[in-house]
Every structure is written in structure tokens, then in C-alpha cells.
Design a protein. Sequence first.
Length: 292
Amino acid sequence: MRFGKYHGLGNDFLVVDLRDARGDEAAAAQDPKVVQALCDRQFGVGGDGVLAILPASGADARMRVLNSDGSEAEMCGNGIRCVAKYLFDRGGVRKDSIAIDTGAGRLICDVHATSGTAETVTVQMGAPRLLRGEIPMTGPANERCIEQPLDVTGRPVTAISMGNPHAITFVASGDEARTLAETIGPKVEHHAWFPRRTNAEFAQVVGRREITLWVWERGCGITLACGTGACATTVAAVVTGRCDEGEEVRVHLPGGDLIITVARGLTGVAMRGPAQFVFDGELDPRAVAPRP
């Protein structure tokens, strides 16, 4: 199996192009136990997940997101920028706008290239979903969860889906955000309100166009950046009156910054950020030993 190591602001992945792979090779690369072994930072290659690039009908490719614990995520904002970069730079899709199918639907990635190499990508993430039934979470399906007290945090939580679930808590400082993400994040992820688990965001709104964010990612834990988390947090800031529609908001994550714009009327969200290639590798996925 050939793979490329990529990252978006330190959120790192093994990108595997399976568009022409044989059935057994494709199955091995997507096996949850193999994914766990590959992502192990001491016994494997190391990564927050595996991004499988698959054939698609009517789109340039399909992306499957496999977390480091072997579970599947509907979407990954940093991951889709990495896949778009791979497709543009090396995957035979030399287009300014690349259509990628995901578990959250078909998304358009606008590539910004320098000297023929993709440097940043703007992803049209689609409209946020605010209804409980869409997130999904328990309670009346057609109601929103806006600043509702959550017992494990003792603080109000706003729930948003960007194709995957997020629970956002606003706090007073970046240090507090980090501490809560590390200590309370796992409890929020597995809270009974969220039948498919959830990502947990802890955010300080620095100003109407600036947010500091720490994320406990579902299936990964603390990561250096979370693209869908930055989008969901900015939407939550808009619906709670902390930020404004139609304005670029700079979201500071441990690995760097993303620029998020929530369209007026919550009709869409745009995410702009970098994607970087690190190295190539080749291995037999079945030969990677799981951690003893």
C-alpha cells in the first residue's frame, strides 16, 4: 500500500489513493484494526486518521475518513483540504474547483496554487444543521440546542452539525479552553445526548472576528486543528450573537489559523486554510503490528 503523509495545521493523516486498487488492497487499507495500527505514533506510521480516496460518480473523488481509533467520521475539514491538495498536485485532477463526495454530501474545494502546487484550499462546507434530529442528539427532533446546560461541564452548550456533530462551550480564556478540552472533552464526546458521540469544542471569543479554540475530536482526542470544529464554533458564535454573518472570522487553533465565513441567513459556511505534504511511504497494511 502506497500512502502520502499530509497535514492541515498539524492535524495529520495517511492519504491512500484507492481509486484503482484491487478489492483486497482497498479492504485492507480501510480495516479498522489496520487503521488503528497505522495511526499508532509509536508502533505504526502515526496520524490522526486515514483518508481513503475512492472512485465517485459525478464527482472527482470520494473521501472516506477513518479516525485513529478505527471509527468512521462523516467529514473532516482539515482532511478534505489534504485530499484536494493530493488530487490537484499528484492525483490527476488539475482543476481550480474539485468536487469531493463525503459522508456529509458533495463539497466543492477551491484550490489556491502557487507555481502549480496547491498551497491553500477554500472548502464550501454547506449549510450548518442546527436541529437536534439533524445533529443527531436526543430531544425533540425539530428543536435547536442553543446554550443549554450540560451536566458534565456545568456550562451552556450549543450543538451544531457540519455533517458531523459538535458541542460548543464558550469560556473566558484560551487556557481554560485547553484545560476543559483535555479534562471534560471525553465526557462530552460520550454524553448520552449524542447517540453517535460528538466532537467537543471549548472556545474563547477574543473579538467579533477572532476566536481561540481547543477541540477534543470524536475518535481521536485532542488534535492540533479541527476544520469542521472551527466551522461549527463560528456558527455557534453567530447564532449566540458573539460574531457576525458574512464576516471573515480568524480561528486560532494549536496548529495555526483557519479563516471561517458564515454566509448570511446561515445558508453556507466557507473554510480557508493550508494543506501540506510531508512524505511518501509504502508498506503492507496487514504487516503492521497492532500495539501489544
